[in-house]
Structures are given as C-alpha cells and as structure tokens.
Design a protein around this ligand. Structure first.
Ligand SMILES: Cc1cc2nc3c(=O)[nH]c(=O)nc-3n(C[C@H](O)[C@H](O)[C@H](O)COP(=O)(O)OP(=O)(O)OC[C@H]3O[C@@H](n4cnc5c(N)ncnc54)[C@H](O)[C@@H]3O)c2cc1C
Length: 381
C-alpha cells in the first residue's frame, strides 16, 4: 500500500531500520526487563543520532521536522526492537509542551539539552484518586520564598528517576475554584530535595521503570512554573491530541513487531510440513491482522499529517488511538496463542509482548474515554 511518504521520509525510515539492525538485534529484552535496567548504552547511541531534537526548531539545536516524522521515528524504533522508545517519546512530548508554553529562559535552557540528549523528561499527573479524571488531582503547590512548595503523591510515573531527568508535574494551586481551573504545571528536576521514588512492581513497562513519587515540601523557584499559574489545565490538555497520535504511532510499530514475530513462530510451528488444519487457521488470522495493520497505519499517518497542518480533529485522534491500541492488544494475545506453551514461558518473547500490550487501552486516554469523547463529537449528548 502506498502511504504517500516522501523520498526524504522513506530514507529516514531506512536510516532508522539500519540503526535498529545495528544496535537492537542482540538485545535480550527478557534479561533487560528482569534486571529492571535502563538501556543507557543504546540511549546514548540514539542521542548521538540527534533524534531527540527531531521536532524542535533549529534555533534550539533541533531539526524542525513535523509530527509525521516524529511518528515515523517512534513507529520504526518500536518495530525495530528499540527497547525503550517510551523515554524518547515522553521527552519529546513534554519538550513540545515547553516549546509551546515555556518562557524564553526555559526554552533556551531546556530544549538544546533535550536535543543533545543531555536531559530527559517525564510526566507526573496521575494520582491515587485521579486517573482518567485527572482534573480531580490533589497534589498541592503553595507560594513560598519566590517559588512554590509542592506536597502530594503521584502514581504511575514512567521513567521519573534519573540525574538528568525533569518531571513535568501538575499540581493544584487554587482549591477555591472548579476542579480543572486551579491547576499549574511545574518543571521539577528529579534530583530535587524532598522527592521520594518507589519503584512499582508491574506486569510490564519495566524497562525505564514505573514509579510512585512522593513530594514532601519540594521547593521550586517561580522560574520553574510552566505556562501561567492556574492555567495548567489548558497547557496540559491542548497537547493531548498530538500526543495521542504519536503514542498511536508507537502502538503501530509495536504491533508490526509482534506481527512479524508471530509470522516467525507460525512458520516454525505450522510451516509447510506442519499440521495443515492449524496452518490454515493461523494463516487466515494472520491475513486479517495484516489488513488491520494497514488500516491502523492509514489512520495514524492521517492523524499525524492533520497535526502537521494544525487540523487534527478529536475524532481522528480517537479513531487512531482506539483502533491502534486495541489492535496491539489483540496481537499480543494472538502471538501468545500461536506460541502455545512456549508463549507461557518467561524466556519467550511472546509472553513479553502479551504483558506489554495489556495496558495500551488504559494509558494515555482509555478506550472507553476515547469512545465517549468521539461519541460526543458525533452529537450524542
Ligand atoms: C504502564 C503505565 C504507565 C503510565 N505512565 C504514566 C505517566 O508517565 N504519567 C502519568 O501521569 N500517568 C501515567 N500512567 C497513568 C495512566 O495514565 C492511568 O493509569 C490512566 O489515566 C487511567 O487511570 P486509572 O489507572 O486511575 O484508571 P481509571 O481512570 O480508574 O480507569 C479504570 C477503567 O475505568 C474506565 N473508565 C474510567 N472513567 C470512565 C468513564 N467516564 N466512562 C467509561 N469508562 C471509564 C477506564 O476506561 C478504565 O478502563 C501510567 C499508567 C500505566 C499503567
């Protein structure tokens, strides 16, 4: 199928594929996950390609490419076996928030460092009682000494730990107004005194780590407020549409990777000399998934192209997020099924694909919420 990519975009894809085949093929993902290790060495190689700077203007050291290019990068890294595209993705998305809402000083300080791979970013919004309903978050920030003191607890913060990491934190700065009105965003270095991190034992996403973050009188100066005080809601949510399109590109790439692995297993188990009944059943499912992958790609690329033209609609985002995430989840299921008993072993790749895809329909805007939003756009009151 022709996805209308330019020569430049096609050669970019080839460059990513070469990077993955040079650096990712030998990675033992199960070992990496078991050790809960950060894949530092390969992250440095990625940074050396200047890909962290892809969406940022040249004046900050970036290459000023559009959202489709960012999506292609995330997709192809996920497809090519890059162990932790999440860090790159979250850093770029939060960096884009700084680009849109940050002060001149914040941009000049942070963006060149992100482009050089010297700074990473994570986001801490979710709390024990604020998940899909993020507007009800209770972490508080109060003014003190030309700055703010933050107290509270965040849950499920991906990759929040690290000497060079900055957390984008959403906190309540006015409790007297409606839920979404009194929120402010803060840039909090992960090394700030008063921060405590507890690593969560999770079913998946163990590379990079998932953390509970406790804020105990964490002080940051006024310069660390991102955007305007009490205007955090719009600064945070305005970027959600583009974020979800880029996240969908990651799901697409991961789906392609699972699909390719499933074909390999199917060939090993049910190839020409195998049981013809099983072979036929698996082949027809694979053919259906292959078609769905094309559909997911069309939806995702379309959303990214619309984002590049600043015309991304909520429906287009909901469609690619719901379709892409649910496809990834079903493929994770199918891969484990085709692998049979092998897929139940902790040294198989199939079990990892299965576990990693359980969360995709919940995080970053759950399927139910996305459907509700899409339905509202269709006129359902
Ligand atoms: C691996 C992982 C990584 C994460 N990374 C981060 C991160 O880096 N930073 C961060 O801030 N957060 C992060 N999160 C949090 C994530 O965004 C939340 O888990 C998500 O928003 C859902 O919130 P919840 O877990 O409280 O579930 P809930 O909001 O309680 O949802 C549970 C279920 O109820 C459904 N539901 C909820 N409300 C409605 C409704 N109105 N109508 C219909 N159905 C509904 C949902 O669809 C879902 O299926 C991460 C979570 C995970 C598991």
């Amino acid at each position: 199928m022709d996805f209308g990519l330019t020569i430049d975009q096609k050669s970019f894809i080839n460059e990513i594929a070469e990077f993955c085949s040079a650096h990712c093929k030998a990675i033992d993902i199960n070992d990496l996950e078991k050790r809960g290790a950060d894949p530092e060495a390969i992250e440095q190689k990625l940074a050396a390609k200047s890909w962290y700077g892809l969406p940022f203007p040249e004046e900050y050291g970036g290459s000023g490419r559009g959202y489709l290019s960012v999506g292609l990068l995330i997709e192809r890294l996920a497809m090519g076996g890059y162990p932790y595209p999440g860090r790159l993705q979250i850093t770029m998305l939060n960096g884009l928030n700084v680009l849109k809402n940050g002060s001149h000083a914040q941009k000049m300080d942070l963006l060149p460092k992100i482009c050089r791979g010297e700074r990473t970013m994570s986001i801490s919004v979710t709390e024990p009682n604020a998940g899909s309903n993020i507007a009800s978050l209770q972490t508080a920030a109060t003014p003190k000494d030309d700055g703010w003191v933050i107290n509270g607890q965040k849950l499920y913060s991906s990759g929040a730990v690290g000497e060079r990491n900055i957390i984008m934190v959403a906190a309540r700065t006015d409790f007297s107004v409606k839920a979404h009105k009194g929120l402010t965003l803060f840039l909090v270095p992960s090394t700030r005194p008063g921060l405590k991190f507890t690593r969560l034992e999770a079913m998946g996403r163990n590379i990079g780590g998932l953390y509970e973050v406790f804020f105990d009188d964490v002080w940051v100066p006024n310069e660390n407020v991102l955007g305007e005080v009490n205007k955090g809601w719009s600064a945070m949510t305005k970027g959600f549409n583009v974020e979800r399109a880029i996240v969908s590109a990651g799901y697409l790439g991961f789906s392609e990777r699972i699909f390719n692995h499933t074909v390999t297993i199917a060939n090993e188990r049910y190839g020409r000399n195998g049981d013809s009944g099983k072979r036929g059943a698996v082949m027809s499912r694979l053919a259906e998934f292959a078609t769905e992958l094309q559909a997911a790609k069309l939806l995702t690329y379309q959303a990214l192209r619309l984002a590049d033209r600043e015309k991304l609609s909520i429906e287009a985002v909901c469609q690619c997020k719901v379709y892409g995430s649910e496809l990834a989840k079903r493929l994770g299921d199918f891969c484990a099924e085709v692998a049979g008993g092998i897929g139940y072993r902790m040294d198989s790749l199939a079990q990892w694909y299965y576990r990693e895809t359980r969360i995709v329909t919940v995080g970053g805007g759950s399927s139910q919420i996305m459907r509700n939003v899409a339905a509202a756009q269709l006129g359902l009151k």
